[in-house]
Design a protein around this ligand. Structure first.
Ligand code: NIG
Length: 387
C-alpha cells in the first residue's frame, strides 16, 4: 500500500480530543487511511514526501446537506428575491419540471460538475438528496444517479406535493411505492416539514415508513418560520434537523437534550433573506451543530463551505475553531460517520485520509480573508485530488 508523509504543517486541526491542534506537525497517509500523526521532527519515512511549507491543514469539509440532482436555472427567482419577493417552497416545482425533462446524461453531468467544484474547495465527504423528481420513476432515477457520486444519499420524495397531486395520496405514494423504488440506493430519508410543504402528521408518516425500512432519518425543519420540525426530528431520533432558522427556547432545549444534530445553512439563510440561524444560542445550550452548504439551485446556490464558515464566524458569533469543527466533525456527526474505522471530519490514526491544506498558516484566515479561495491542496481517501 502506498504511503505519503505530509510535512511542514504549521497548524493541524485534528478534532480529536486527545490530539487537539498541533503545530509543526506531520501526518502519514497509507492507502485511504491516516497511519500516523505527530511532531514533524520525528515523522516516519514514507514512499512519497510532500512539504506543505508552513501551511494549515484541516480535515476535509463534510458537507452534510446538498440537493445536487437537478436541472434548470432559477436566476430570475433569485433576482426577484433580491428585489423584495419572499422565498417560497413553491419554487421547488420549477426545478422539478426541468429535472424531469433532463436526460440521465445531463443530470449526471450537472451533478459531477458540482461535486468536482466542491472537492476543489476542500469538501471530501458529501451528502446529496433526491427531491426534484417527485414521481416514482424520477425519484428512483435521482437516487440511482446520486449514489454514483455522493458519499451519502438521502431520499427526499417528501420535498413538495407535486402540482396537481392530492397531498394525502402523495404521502401514501412516498411511504409505499416510492420508498420501495429508491431503497437500494439511499441510506437516509428526509421530509420538508414546513408550511407549504408537509404538515406534522404527514411528516410523521414519512419518517415512520422510512424507519420501518431501516433508513436513517433527517428532517428539514423550522426554515421559514417556527414549527414542529425540530421537535418531530428529536422525537423520532433523527440524526439531524436541518435549517433551524426559527427556534423557540423549547426547540433549543429539545436539541440540547438529544443526539439530533442541528444542521445550520447560513448561505441559504442569506440567499433567502432570512435571519441567520441561532448558532451561538444552540452551542451555549449544549446542542451539537453542523454547518453545510445546502447547495441547490433555489435557496442556496453555492458549494462553498468556506463561505459558510466565514459567515458563521463573522455574523453568527462562532469562533473559528467552533465553525471549522461544525463544518467537519459536526457534518460527520449529522451523517453518523464521526467514529470508528474510516471516520470522517476528524484526523486520527485509522480515520479516512481526507486532508484540506489551506494556502495560509492558520485556519483563522478562513474568516480573516473571507471570499479568498484558500484551498491549496486536497487529499481524499489518501489520494491527492486537487490540484
Ligand atoms: O433546503 N427547504 C427545502 N428545500 C431546499 C430548497 C430547494 C429549492 O428551493 O429548490 C432547501 O432550502
Amino acid at each position: 500500500m502506498k504511503s505519503t508523509v505530509v510535512t511542514g504543517i504549521a497548524e493541524l486541526t485534528t478534532n480529536d480530543p486527545g490530539l487537539g491542534t498541533l503545530h509543526d506537525a506531520a501526518v502519514v497517509l497509507e492507502g485511504d487511511r491516516l497511519a500516523w500523526i505527530g511532531d514533524a521532527a520525528v515523522a516516519p519515512v514514507a514512499d512519497e514526501a510532500v512539504d506543505v511549507a508552513g501551511r494549515a491543514v484541516l480535515p476535509g469539509w463534510v458537507d452534510s446537506h446538498t440537493h445536487l440532482v437537478f436541472a434548470g436555472d432559477r436566476t430570475a427567482e433569485f433576482e426577484a428575491r433580491m428585489a423584495g419577493e419572499a422565498y417560497s417552497a413553491g419554487g421547488i416545482a420549477v426545478t422539478v419540471e426541468a429535472t424531469r425533462k433532463a436526460t440521465d446524461t445531463e443530470l449526471a453531468g450537472t451533478l459531477a460538475r458540482h461535486v468536482s467544484e466542491a472537492i476543489r474547495q476542500g469538501t471530501t465527504y458529501l451528502e446529496t438528496k433526491t427531491g426534484y423528481g417527485l414521481s416514482v420513476a424520477d425519484e428512483a432515477r435521482s437516487a440511482r444517479l446520486a449514489a454514483r457520486l455522493a458519499d451519502e444519499v438521502t431520499f427526499l420524495g417528501a420535498h413538495l406535493v407535486p402540482p396537481g397531486a392530492d397531498a394525502e395520496s402523495y404521502v401514501d405514494l412516498v411511504c409505499g411505492e416510492m420508498l420501495d423504488a429508491v431503497a437500494d440506493h439511499v441510506g437516509w430519508a428526509d421530509v420538508f416539514c414546513e408550511r407549504g410543504a408537509f404538515d406534522e402528521e404527514q411528516s410523521e408518516r414519512v419518517l415512520r415508513a422510512a424507519a420501518e425500512r431501516g433508513l436513517g432519518l433527517r428532517v428539514h425543519g423550522n426554515q421559514l418560520g417556527p414549527g414542529p420540525g425540530v421537535r418531530l426530528a428529536v422525537r423520532h431520533g433523527a440524526a439531524s434537523v436541518d435549517h433551524c432558522t426559527h427556534l423557540t427556547d423549547d426547540d433549543v432545549e429539545a436539541l440540547a437534550g438529544s443526539d439530533t444534530v442541528a444542521t445550520l445553512l447560513p448561505a441559504c439563510d442569506l440567499s433567502t433573506r432570512q435571519p441567520l440561524a441561532p448558532a451561538r444560542r444552540l452551542l451555549d445550550a449544549g446542542a451539537t451543530i453542523a454547518l453545510a452548504s445546502n447547495a441547490n439551485p433555489g435557496s442556496s446556490y453555492t458549494t462553498s463551505m468556506a463561505f459558510c464558515v466565514a459567515t458563521a464566524v463573522l455574523q453568527m458569533g462562532l469562533s473559528v475553531a467552533e465553525a471549522v469543527r461544525a463544518a467537519t466533525e459536526g457534518g460527520a456527526r449529522a451523517l453518523r460517520r464521526h467514529t470508528g474505522d474510516g471516520a470522517v471530519g476528524v484526523l486520527r490514526v485509522g480515520a479516512r485520509a481526507d486532508l484540506h491544506v489551506l494556502d495560509a498558516p492558520s485556519a483563522t484566515h478562513l474568516a480573516y480573508r473571507p471570499g479568498v479561495p484558500l484551498t491549496w491542496a486536497v487529499w481524499r481517501r489518501g489520494v491527492r485530488v486537487w490540484p
